[in-house]
Design a protein around this ligand. Structure first.
Ligand code: GRF
Length: 191
């Protein structure tokens, strides 16, 4: 088995989808880390019986917050970190401690539409194919090597809400699948 941590700042629907899927494997979702005490993801963690930790980013540097995150997750012997709507850019302080072991999900077909307005920018574009990207995390914003992309064709008549729902549906199927594949690979590699 391999150990997973998920970082989330908000709703946590991807966290929940991952938790439910990983719960059906021999792997373990050891903890949730959030930078926001009001994140709904925390309530989901409580309902799922998963340890949750809030690490503040207020009034200090990102590196100082990341030092606290490193301390918080250290006891869990984490093999893989999945960012799921974690709205903080990670620094080398954290990234270099988990080389190639931090992944992120982005609600657009990178390299198009990086950043926080990806769904709106995709929707407002002329693109006929929209989708999601799962990638490894490097020092940039949504720039790391792509692991997988999934897309769908829109007919142009959908509302923004309909497009948003399709993107989230795709995320909730794809992200758990990729997380489990990576945990399997880590598990096999360590034997
Ligand atoms: C997702 O759309 C993800 O792609 C993006 O942030 C959103 C998080 O949603 N990075 P949720 O908190 O998992 O519901």
């Amino acid at each position: 088995m391999a150990n997973l941590a998920v970082f989330a700042s908000g709703n946590g629907s991807n966290f929940q989808a991952i938790a439910e899927a990983v719960g059906r494997t021999s792997h373990s979702l050891r903890c949730l880390v959030s930078d926001r005490p009001d994140a709904y993801a925390l309530a989901r963690a409580q309902a799922l019986g998963i340890a949750a930790h809030v690490v503040s980013y207020a009034s200090r540097s990102r590196e100082e917050s990341e030092e606290e995150i490193l301390k918080v997750i250290q006891p869990y012997a984490v093999d893989l970190i999945a960012l799921a709507g974690f709205m903080r850019l990670l620094t080398p302080r954290l990234i270099d401690r988990y080389p190639q072991r931090i992944i992120n999900i982005h609600p657009a077909l990178l390299p198009k539409y990086p950043g926080t307005r990806a769904i709106a920018e995709s929707y407002n574009s002329q693109d006929t194919d929209l989708g999601i990207t799962i990638h490894r995390v490097d020092y940039g914003m949504d720039t790391g090597p792509i692991i997988v992309q999934e897309s769908f064709r829109r007919d142009g008549c959908e509302t923004m809400e309909e497009i948003e729902s399709r993107i989230h549906e795709l995320e909730h199927v794809t992200y758990p699948r990729i997380v489990i594949e990576l945990l399997d690979a880590i598990d096999h590699g360590s034997r």
